[in-house]
Design a protein. Sequence first.
Length: 222
Amino acid sequence: MPTAGRITAAAFVAAAVVTLTACQGQSVASNQVSPAPATSAAKELASSTATPGSGSAARPGTPAAKPAATTPAANKGKAADRIVACSAANSKVTVNAISRPINHLALTVTNTSGKRCAAYSSPALIFDDAQAAIQAMRESVPQSVVMLEPGQSAYAGIRLSSADGSGAHGRTAHDLTVYFSGRSGNDSTGTPAHLALPKDTHIDDSAAVTYWQSDLQDAIKW
């Protein structure tokens, strides 16, 4: 083969080798920079995040559970439990004769505890061994329940007999048992008080007691 022909053939072979090498390098580089499909990892993360009960963030649009301890009914119950009725267990109870109006006694309850108590409704009064409490004066109902802070007092007026002597079954009483009303006002609660009455206390069937009042004058005017 002539010299010129040999040079041309060699050049052609060299060019072919260079071209093949370049193509292989491009293929390797392409394989190195081509990322793995991103959809599988993303789907796996999204799936684990949205799985209920996983401890991760809640699924969008899912309402948070309401704590049972903060429901209005539970709060109302706890608030009610904090109000204690006044009774002989947390208060001092006394009964005293008064000059005016005649045929009246003054009943006093004083909160001796360290917490507030409520003097609900009217006291239920039993004289001696009577089978029933004397009547309560409905017209004496206060505007609101009398609440006693420690050291404060509430009062109830006791009408012993009719002023004109028209009451039946007059008698002399010696002892008084005081029962305290609960929140409903229809039942007794707490510890009753047992008191000795002033000497020569005369009562008849017209005897009655007021509702608890925050002022003594309001209690004895009935």
